[in-house]
Design a protein around this ligand. Sequence first.
Ligand SMILES: [Ca+2]
Length: 428
Amino acid sequence: MQSKFRLILMTVLLAILSVTLSPTGAAGQTSKPMGHGTWVSGTLKTDLLQSNGWLNTTLTFTSNDLKKAYGTSTVVGKDSMFTNVTGTKSNSTAQSVIWFILRQDETPLLSGTAGQAASGTVTGASTSGGNSTLPALSTSGPGATQNGFIYPQWTYQKLCDIFGNNCYYQQSDPVNFAFEYKPLDTVSNYLINNKGWYDSWWCSNTEYIYDFSGYGWKTYDKTLAKGTCSAIWSPYRDHVRLFVMANGRIAAGAHYEQWDPLCNYGFGCHRIRSWEQAEQDLGNDLTGLYPVAFDNYWLNNQKDSNGNDPQGVAHDGYATTVPTSVVVNSHPTTDTYCRSHGLAVDSALPVPWWPPYQSGYEFLVSCGSFTYTRYLYLDHGTHSVEEAASGFVPNYAWHSTVTIYVVATISISGDVGRYNHLAVSFNV
Ligand SMILES: [Ca+2]
């Protein structure tokens, strides 16, 4: 009887002890998600050590708010970067900061209206009409989303408690570039071999995303830069971190930055000068590989430059993307009239497709040759497109080439009229 009582007492004591050691419950995967992060204010201590060309940074964040919310008062993050500055020195500074932070078992909850993408551009048409901004999102659903977004909104930096048990993610950069299922190696090899980019793992802080399509919190798969890391005679560069999601989409944070050798009391740092410039530069360098949709996908992650953002640099809230693209090149052969041009995605193109009979199919009314690009965000699976002009084969015909940019490029050509459509199916 006595030993049984002792056993119960031991169990109770152990339970109390475990609660005391881990006041927010068990760490890691066993604890239930608390929520979606919170704002905390605290003191950020920055320890810098320059040695053998490496700049080692230790961030120590101490916060009563963090303790109140999660039971942890101090978290630490470490990073290193090869700046090639000679000499050994160290320094320590402290400042007050307000951070948006999530614990490792929490997920970002997005705000605002979800998942809209601009679609379609026309070039070279002698007459335009129709609706070139038809839906870009798949009617069958674009796969995994969070509040309707197919990409994460932000990148994060990671800090953990002194035991390394509870880790936290602090919101950092907007996700402003993304790829629809493109192989990362194809993208990075193209940029490295043809466009002057390099693998910048040695000159890049570690960042993370929350991948709601399967991986959860994960770090980047590749970081690329164009321009020197820390040369004072050439201090500007583009820098991008690329994160492959479990469903094959790639989210990326790109920025244009300047190496400032004087900041951090002469230890140096990268100052972000523009988000949009990096989108533009990276997009321009990729146009030889895939069609690029500039500022095409709304991610509601805008920043303003009026000082209430620590980085102080504006972002418009739209990501530049490399989507699934359908490019239609068409010109009249025997036709002499202006015609309606229709495109159907994942359905047959009805006849007649033009207004007032139908809506959602006519993308252009043109009397002469044109190039039309439709940007699509499609779920994995088989899809189809069907294209035609409203003339007649053979006496009022147009000739079209429809090219689909998925991973490989698919292209078909033929004469088109209202009863003679070009149809192609493809997998993404
Ligand atoms: Ca943008």
